[in-house]
Design a protein around this ligand. Structure first.
Ligand code: NAG
Ligand code: NAG
Ligand code: NAG
Ligand code: NAG
Ligand code: NAG
Ligand code: NAG
Ligand code: NAG
Ligand code: NAG
Ligand code: NAG
Ligand code: NAG
Length: 486
């Protein structure tokens, strides 16, 4: 009973309102994990979004720079694409001829600068944003009619993408059709994709954020609209800490005597276009010297490889002091490969914080005020609690109940808030049901982890399964899903 009350107390909604935006609009939560996609023989990692009528389901990679939401045409892999394992890496395929809702738009002018080998066409189509909390259950969908989509015919990038760049047509359409409160968006990219080698899944929240996914007061930064990736930050220090807890700053010219003076802070773009970090040349040289790194291209992204294993961490310190630390299993995987890219001395490419960075932080973007927020991501035992991100407001983390009962019971994914709409009775059944579902999921996850000890990440250590009696399964489920069917 006590835990039931705990669960209920968590159903409190965070409702904010302003004059200009309807902040009573619920956000749309779209999860990111591996799943079956249209016309592909393998599961692919990405955002669960379908399109067309009938639906062709895809896994879309979020892009913080691309403005269009794009899909691969069936010809994408036929025209000499250099995308590795193209037929199983596009995020699915979309055949516009099979859809009754596609309308081609020949005159549309792209908002994106693209690589020269990239070819595409545009049209209006019905997008289906799926909200799917549990693998074992059905999804609910939010339809975005007449949304502008891009169909990629040729190129070398992963073509299925959620475009959430600063002129995102998807955010524009969602806001214009009053489906969300305003052009706000939040992302946790997760670590369940091959390059990251982890198991934690991610999520998108359109018009909202997942208040259970981060902790503390989020740090605010202005967007730099001049950059292709407008979410850019200034890095003032990078520190390597070894297993004896000794710290070395890569900016310290008394340690790295190649440097005549302490280097200036530098601007780095947060991007999902690459996994590794791209640091200034001299900083990269200091890493090579300190950790004994060598060039490598196993992943096609020039990530450095260590000659000898290193059981330490790397911390990135931003100009406001916010510090993001890569744990040992991210700084160096089982094959000694780091998430740090080699850099040519003459390179003029921007500096990047890639998805290795985003695996550790929660990103919340407000395109109405051109600000964004970063906070440490909760990776373990997070509670999915999507709430509205009212434009111009500061996101607030869900405050976990003080009794560790909540955690002890292992409610690693209680879905509260936005979904429930405050109906007490349903919430009660729902909480019970969730607990029971989670128990099942945890057992499964434990099996998975056992199977794959090598890739086990510290963050995913799970606590004991709860000792709940299972609820009347059918009743709980029926009520829950009736309420959520569109
Ligand atoms: C604001 O959104 C809520 C929830 O969708 C809706 O019920 C209400 O009518 C909207 N108000 C306005 C002024 O559009
Ligand atoms: C991530 O999603 C996959 C489905 O692709 C699921 O099998 C797995 O259990 C999820 N991982 C976690 C940690 O929840
Ligand atoms: C693909 O490569 C072949 C052989 O290299 C070439 O003949 C053909 O023109 C190329 N096709 C495209 C669309 O570039
Ligand atoms: C997206 O649009 C913005 C303008 O709002 C532009 O600065 C940016 O370069 C565009 N993205 C790409 C990939 O071209
Ligand atoms: C697409 O996903 C939705 C939601 O899970 C599902 O209902 C539908 O059957 C799927 N469509 C196909 C063709 O797999
Ligand atoms: C989408 O476009 C079609 C044709 O232009 C129109 O009939 C329909 O009402 C539009 N739907 C929405 C939701 O705008
Ligand atoms: C580390 O990267 C290599 C690629 O060389 C990959 O084969 C291996 O599975 C990765 N290991 C882990 C634990 O992620
Ligand atoms: C790394 O160091 C920590 C303590 O600093 C230790 O608990 C852990 O076992 C070490 N891991 C390896 C692989 O040596
Ligand atoms: C290294 O830095 C960490 C974090 O700031 C600190 O906890 C630790 O005490 C430092 N180690 C030493 C030896 O000063
Ligand atoms: C939770 O406990 C801590 C210390 O045990 C206390 O400082 C804090 O005020 C408590 N928070 C609430 C919400 O009770």
């Amino acid at each position: 009973m006590a835990s039931l009350l705990l669960c209920l107390s968590a159903t409190v909604l965070f409702v904010q309102s302003t004059v200009a935006f309807n902040c009573s609009q619920k956000p749309i939560y779209v999860d990111i994990h591996k799943r079956a996609v249209h016309d592909s023989p393998v599961f692919q990692y990405g955002s669960f979004i379908g399109l067309g009528t009938p639906a062709q389901n895809q896994s879309l990679w979020p892009s913080l720079q691309q403005n269009h939401t794009s899909f691969a045409s069936p010809t994408y892999c036929k025209d000499n694409s250099t995308l590795k394992n193209c037929d199983r890496s596009t995020g699915g395929f979309y055949n516009h001829q099979d859809s009754t809702t596609f309308i081609e738009n020949d005159n549309f002018k792209t908002l994106d600068q693209v690589e020269t080998d990239f070819k595409s066409f545009f049209g209006q189509e019905t997008l289906r944003l799926y909200t799917h909390f549990f693998e074992t259950d059905g999804a609910s969908q939010t339809l975005v009619e007449n949304s502008t989509i891009e169909v990629a015919e040729q190129g070398s990038i992963t073509p299925a993408r959620v475009g959430v760049g600063s002129s995102s047509t998807l955010l524009r359409d969602l806001a214009a059709q009053n489906i969300i409160a305003g052009k706000t968006y939040s992302l946790y990219i997760g670590q369940g994709f091959d390059r990251a080698g982890g198991v934690v899944n991610g999520s998108n929240v359109f018009g909202g954020y997942d208040s259970g996914r981060f902790t503390g007061t989020p740090n605010q930064y202005p967007m730099n609209i001049a950059n292709v990736n407008p979410m850019s930050v200034r890095v003032k220090d990078i520190i390597i800490t070894d297993s004896n807890n000794a710290n070395v700053s890569l900016f310290d010219n008394t340690v790295f005597t190649d440097m005549k003076s302490r280097p200036d802070e530098f601007e780095a773009q947060i991007t999902t276009e690459q996994f590794p970090f791209s640091f200034p040349y001299q900083i990269t040289q200091n890493i090579i010297a300190k950790l004994g790194a060598v060039q490598d291209n196993t992943w096609g992204d020039n990530s450095l490889k260590l000659k000898n294993a290193f059981n330490g961490t790397l911390s990135i310190v931003l100009d406001d002091g916010f510090t993001v630390t890569l744990p040992p299993e991210v700084l160096m995987n089982a094959s000694n490969i780091t998430p740090i890219q080699d850099r040519d001395e003459k390179s003029t490419a921007p500096f990047y914080l890639g998805t290795a960075f985003l695996g550790q932080v929660y990103l919340m973007a407000d395109y109405e005020s051109d600000n964004f927020f970063l906070a440490p991501a909760v990776q373990k035992n997070n509670m999915v609690m999507p709430v509205t991100f009212c434009p111009k407001s500061t996101p607030v983390a869900y405050e976990r109940p003080n009794q560790s009962a909540w955690q002890r019971q292992g409610l690693i994914g209680a879905v509260v808030g936005g979904v429930l709409g405050g109906l007490g009775a349903i919430a009660a059944l729902y909480c019970l049901w969730i607990t029971w579902m989670r128990k099942k999921d945890e057992r499964k996850l434990k099996r998975e982890l056992k199977k794959n000890r090598e890739s086990k990440m510290e963050q995913m250590d799970l606590e004991d399964a709860p000792t709940f009696d299972p609820p009347p399964k059918n009743a709980a489920k029926a009520i829950f899903w009736r309420r959520n069917k569109p």
